[in-house]
Design a protein around this ligand. Structure first.
Ligand code: TGC
Ligand code: FAD
Length: 393
């Protein structure tokens, strides 16, 4: 055996040289926190299907929520590559922990920041940034997942308030959220966004059980039965489906980075195991078939890193299109899922246990490849961009 073996943070292609000192500092401090606070407990929480609630305040203290939101609203004022690297490190721990940060940042803080009134920004953003309050995002409905434009949830104008009726399904954080960003059609069929607070009469948020994926994350419904929404809780700055879809651009961007973290964690564990485990008198890393799996994994991780980095540059320059984001989300999540499957095999039977992270990542990534737009929908978004023909309908 020769050469230098890297067990954490593969940087085979010196991708690190593309990052600024500030970006690396943010990444390394998040990685340290994940190693200290997430990795030692995550298998147990995942097995028990519990979300490690105690981590929320720590994540807030670390600046995990709203990294790109300006400091005056409680964010950290960082660039988008820093946000991506935070997501990468969180998902190295678990997709559910990254989900918590994605939803809070891109699906709750972002719409309030981008579309909210000054009062709404001041009221909610600082407390969301610290983790003192938790948010969720209600777009998907029982009959409308890939096709959110068909949503049935409605608001009716009652003068000084709206009456909200309908239901949202598969909502991350629903039952633990203090506020929900809810998307509903008004009487003119226009999609509007609004802030709905926990405890309002007519709102219920039952948890969804029986998930084999994202077990360390809360998923549930939001049910609205004549919920009275005062008009000052509606987001004034956007109308139409582009409101929620703009939020998804930001969350999908974070997922494109996050998936790299899950893949790196699987790769690290498999490389280490393959060098230690002996069969036929030799480390299994010495067999060509196992080297093929490892070499292909590091190649795909590197390609995904370069795609995410370039997307980050485009996002920082305000040049990233929704289709750019779709390409990276689709590629990188599929890449991570394949690496979880392949690296699990390197561990043989040990790979199916919770002594190693592959099965947990693999199960989590089945959600990640489905939510925020399925693998197929992102392909159609790319197809639409290059042909000019939408094939959704
Ligand atoms: P279409 O007619 O194409 O567009 C309607 C309007 O929206 C605009 N638009 C966008 N704007 C911003 N960003 C985007 N990505 C946009 N895509 C479209 C478009 O220009 C138009 O604007 P206007 O002004 O002309 O009205 O819409 P469509 O109904 O044909 O649907 C297109 C499609 C299929 C791409 C879209 O609906 C879609 O992306 N579907 C997937 C649904 C999805 O991703 N759901 C995610 C739910 S949230 C979630 O999963 C959170 S997981 C959280 C966690 O991390 O735990
Ligand atoms: P469907 O839309 O019914 O799709 C089923 C299959 O049909 C898929 O393979 C899809 O690709 C395919 N398909 C659909 N339309 C087409 C087409 N036009 N052409 C070709 N194939 C097509 N949503 C929220 O709003 N907020 C959340 O916080 C949230 N969190 C989630 C957490 C988890 C754990 C999960 C699993 C989901 C979450 N979602 C959330 C919902 C998620 O966004 C949807 O599940 C996703 O958009 C797909 O919708 P669907 O499940 O209804 O599948």
């Amino acid at each position: 055996m020769s050469g230098t073996v890297q067990f954490t943070a593969p940087d085979h292609y010196l991708v690190d040289e593309l990052f600024t000192d500030e970006q690396k500092l943010v990444r390394d401090s998040t990685r340290e926190w994940v190693n200290r606070s997430v990795k030692p407990i995550i298998e147990e929480y995942s097995e028990k299907a519990k979300f490690p609630f105690h981590l929320v305040k720590e994540m807030g203290d670390m600046g995990t929520f709203g990294p790109f939101i300006p400091v005056e609203y409680g964010g950290s004022g960082l660039d988008h590559i820093s946000y991506g690297l935070i997501m990468q490190e969180l998902e190295r721990g678990d997709s559910g922990i990254r989900s918590m940060a994605s939803v809070q940042t891109s699906l709750v803080m972002f719409p309030i920041y981008a579309f909210g009134s000054e009062e709404q920004k001041k009221k909610y953003l600082p407390r969301l940034a610290t983790g003192d309050i938790i948010g969720c995002f209600g777009l998907t409905e029982p009959d409308h997942g890939s096709d959110p434009g068909g949503m049935k949830t409605r608001i009716k104008d009652m003068g000084d308030h709206y009456l909200l009726n309908g239901a949202k399904m598969w909502i991350t954080n629903s039952s633990i959220a203090d506020i929900a960003i809810v998307w509903a059609r008004d009487e003119s069929e226009i999609v509007r966004g609004m802030i709905v607070e926990k405890g309002w009469h007519g709102l219920s948020a039952p948890e969804t059980h029986g998930k084999w994926s994202l077990r360390a994350s809360v998923t549930g419904e939001l049910v609205f039965d004549n919920v009275k929404v005062p008009k000052e809780f509606v987001l004034p700055g956007v109308q139409g489906l582009k409101g929620p879809l703009n939020c998804l651009n930001s969350a999908r961007y974070g997922i494109a980075w996050g998936a790299i973290g899950a893949a790196m964690d699987c790769y690290d564990a498999a490389l280490r195991y393959s060098l230690e485990r002996k069969q036929f008198g030799k480390p299994i890393a010495s067999f060509q078939l196992q080297q093929k799996k490892l070499a292909e994994a590091i190649t795909e991780i590197t390609k995904a890193q370069l795609l995410a980095w370039r997307l980050g540059v485009l996002k920082n320059e305000n040049k990233a299109t929704p289709a750019h984001v779709s390409m990276a989300k689709r590629n990188n999540v599929a890449m991570a899922l394949n690496i979880a499957r392949e690296t699990r095999q390197i561990l043989g039977a040990m790979g199916i246990t919770n002594d190693y992270p592959m099965m947990r990542h693999m199960m989590n990534l089945e959600s990640v490849i489905t939510y925020e737009g399925t693998h197929d929908i992102h392909l159609l978004i790319t197809g639409n961009e290059i042909t000019g023909i939408p094939a959704f309908k």
